[in-house]
Write a protein that binds this ligand. Structure first.
Ligand SMILES: [Zn+2]
Length: 66
């Protein structure tokens, strides 16, 4: 699925990522540290986000999914 850029003739590139709630620490055993308290609370309701970026002009859209 590709979307046309609303600002120029480019195509928006799409990538979906989980909303980060933990980060691995760069030390042995790689424990994870919760970063949830640093997230905007409105983001905590969603588990994934999809980002669209136009490779020509840099126009960006982000959508969150539960
Ligand atoms: Zn564009």
């Amino acid at each position: 699925m590709s979307k046309n850029c609303p600002k120029c003739e480019g195509i928006l590139e799409e990538e979906t990522q989980p909303v980060p709630k933990k980060v691995p620490l760069p030390i042995p055993l790689k424990p994870t540290m919760s970063i949830e308290k640093y997230l905007p609370s409105i983001m905590k309701k969603y588990s994934n986000y999809t980002i669209f970026i136009c490779s020509l002009c840099g126009y960006m859209e982000v959508f969150f999914k539960r």
